[in-house]
Design a protein around this ligand. Structure first.
Ligand SMILES: Cc1cc2nc3c(=O)[nH]c(=O)nc-3n(C[C@H](O)[C@H](O)[C@H](O)COP(=O)(O)O)c2cc1C
Length: 210
């Protein structure tokens, strides 16, 4: 199947059947998350992958009682950095130098530029920027799941502060921003499975400037 066929196959699954997704497929989704591009390559987020049924039940309570939270095989929680600190920025720049095995003057100047700007911004501004990067990876995870023939439901319908509490994210300097229950559709009971995909026209979406 081509990429577009897979993207047409996927949909925001409303009911899952509880079947376990093989570890290899989960690892491939994680790899796609890891490979997502991020601003300055900072990857300012972490992902918690939950299979613990009790924790899933707790989360469902603060996620509009959406059944996919407990019916899924793996629940991915995307949590962005609560702010940018010099330490966090330096860590990623140092990692680049270690992995590439050399220091580049232009790259070091760029590091100084970020160090001189990001940490001076408000935590809210920084979190919003970091959350955008998490959403890029989130989108890539959705596509990767479809590629693996695995269903996934993007979920923003939850109380982030309550979820941060359940997962102890504050202590790690993280704030939850979006969820991705991953599993297999329950075609029998999912009202959305056979409905036609709705998208606005390409004319309303795209303007070509030749
Ligand atoms: C960021 C984001 C948050 C969403 N939150 C929810 C949600 O909480 N519950 C839900 O059932 N669907 C949720 N959706 C699914 C959208 O309603 C769905 O993707 C959209 O209607 C397009 O349909 P499709 O994904 O089936 O093609 C969310 C989608 C996105 C991208």
């Amino acid at each position: 199947m081509e990429l577009l066929d897979k993207l047409n196959w996927r949909y925001a699954t409303k009911a899952m059947n509880g079947e376990t997704v093989a570890r290899e497929k989960i690892d491939n989704i994680i790899e796609a998350i890891s490979l997502a591009p991020t601003s300055s390559g900072l990857q300012p987020f972490e992902v918690v992958v939950i299979t613990n049924e009790e924790v899933k039940r707790e989360i469902r309570k603060i996620a509009w009682d959406q059944s996919v939270i407990t019916e899924c095989s793996h629940l991915f929680v995307f949590a962005a950095w609560d702010t940018y600190t010099a330490d966090r920025i330096n860590k990623m720049f140092d990692l680049t130098n270690t992995i590439r095995g050399f220091k580049d003057k232009g790259w070091e100047n760029y590091r100084q530029m970020l160090l001189g700007s990001y940490p001076n911004r408000t935590p809210e501004e920084n979190f919003n920027h970091a959350a955008k990067q998490a959403y890029i990876a989130f989108s890539q995870a959705i596509a990767a799941a479809a590629f693996e023939g695995v269903d996934a439901t993007p979920v923003e319908g939850f109380e982030p502060a309550a979820l941060d509490e359940i997962l102890g994210l504050k202590a790690k300097g993280l704030r939850s921003c979006v969820l991705l229950p991953v599993g297999y559709r329950d075609a029998e009971s999912d009202w959305l499975v056979n409905l036609t995909k709705v998208r606005k026209s390409k004319e309303d979406l795209v303007t070509f400037m030749d």
